[in-house]
Write a protein that binds this ligand. Sequence first.
Ligand SMILES: [Fe+2]
Length: 185
Amino acid sequence: VSQSNYGLADFFADARRILKDQGLPAGVHELRPYVERLLANPSLFRDHLGDSPPYGMHTIGHDPETDIYALAYLREKGRASAVHDHGPHWVIYGSYTNHTDMTVWRRLDDRTREGYAEVEKAREFKLTAGHAVAFLPGDIHSIQYPDQTRYLRVTGGDVESAKTLVFDPATKTVRVEDRALGQRP
Ligand SMILES: [Fe+2]
């Protein structure tokens, strides 16, 4: 991937135009390569967080017109997430440094039984640095990444204060997680 100096102001301008023209969900798919242009900018994180940012999640941008958030993640330790959705929000997930192992899940049950859910793996792939993947509202995934991983999430609305679903494939259960309480799946 060749480097760019494409920044968040550029991205938000493109996002306003694309979402206005294409709407959802087409606009989300069209936005994905623009997130990859952000990932190709070697100073993106430094421009917003300085030279030695603390580990954790940092909101590095928000566009009021589209309500798009840009979230930078700097992870010291690797981890595997639960299987989850993003509530009513779309998310474009991009690897900035290192990689994320991505699993996409498919829900099989008819959603009529409270607390019950059957999910199966639909697709697994390694999201390497510079690459982004789009998830529409309702899409289900889980992630796993190694120590010292940096990634970018661009979200339609504020996922991190949303109620999202967390699935346990082994027990065939699903529960609501309120991310506003500081939990993470
Ligand atoms: Fe997620």
